[in-house]
Design a protein around this ligand. Structure first.
Ligand SMILES: [Zn+2]
Ligand SMILES: [Zn+2]
Length: 154
């Protein structure tokens, strides 16, 4: 398997990135891991990552990865904080080989909006206002659907 970033070297590490669009799984080479300053973990850790479960609803990271849907407001925090401890997150918008970054103001403003909503969501979760959190989560999902459709039009 080739590296998802440079496409030249063999991928040695699996890397997860959690952002407003859900989870991205990337296979990257040694060189790119260093270049990106990614605190990479060897593939043997993959199994452990898959087994991470949400304390609240029991949703596993494996399932989340598959569906990209959170089981409860706590999931996002659970997975993100755990992943942070294993993999260092890069900035959102990592450039994939063969894909140019989309410069679209609507897209950018929506991303900003989603980020804002996610902050609100995290605040609600912290305050244990789960009903509100679920509402915000639904909103985020709607935005993400819209984002996807904008991308499809490109
Ligand atoms: Zn590479
Ligand atoms: Zn959960």
């Amino acid at each position: 398997m080739k590296c998802d970033l440079c496409g030249d070297n063999d991928a040695k590490y699996k890397y997860y990135e959690v952002d407003s669009e859900g989870i991205r799984e990337m296979n990257i080479c040694n060189k790119c891991a260093h270049r990106k300053g990614i605190d990479f973990a060897p593939r043997t850790q993959e199994q452990k990552v898959e087994n991470i479960k949400c304390k609240e609803c029991g949703l596993s990271f494996k399932k989340f990865k598959k569906t990209n849907h959170l089981g409860c407001p706590e999931c996002y925090n659970n997975f993100r904080s755990k992943l942070d401890s294993i993999f260092l997150q890069t900035h959102p918008g990592i450039v994939h080989k063969g894909k140019k970054p989309v410069k679209n103001t609507r897209l950018l403003s929506m991303k900003k909006e989603i980020r804002g909503l996610q902050e609100t969501l995290e605040n609600y979760v912290k305050k244990e206002k789960y009903e509100e959190a679920v509402h915000i989560r639904d909103k985020i999902e709607k935005y993400q659907e819209e984002l996807k459709s904008i991308r499809r039009d490109k």
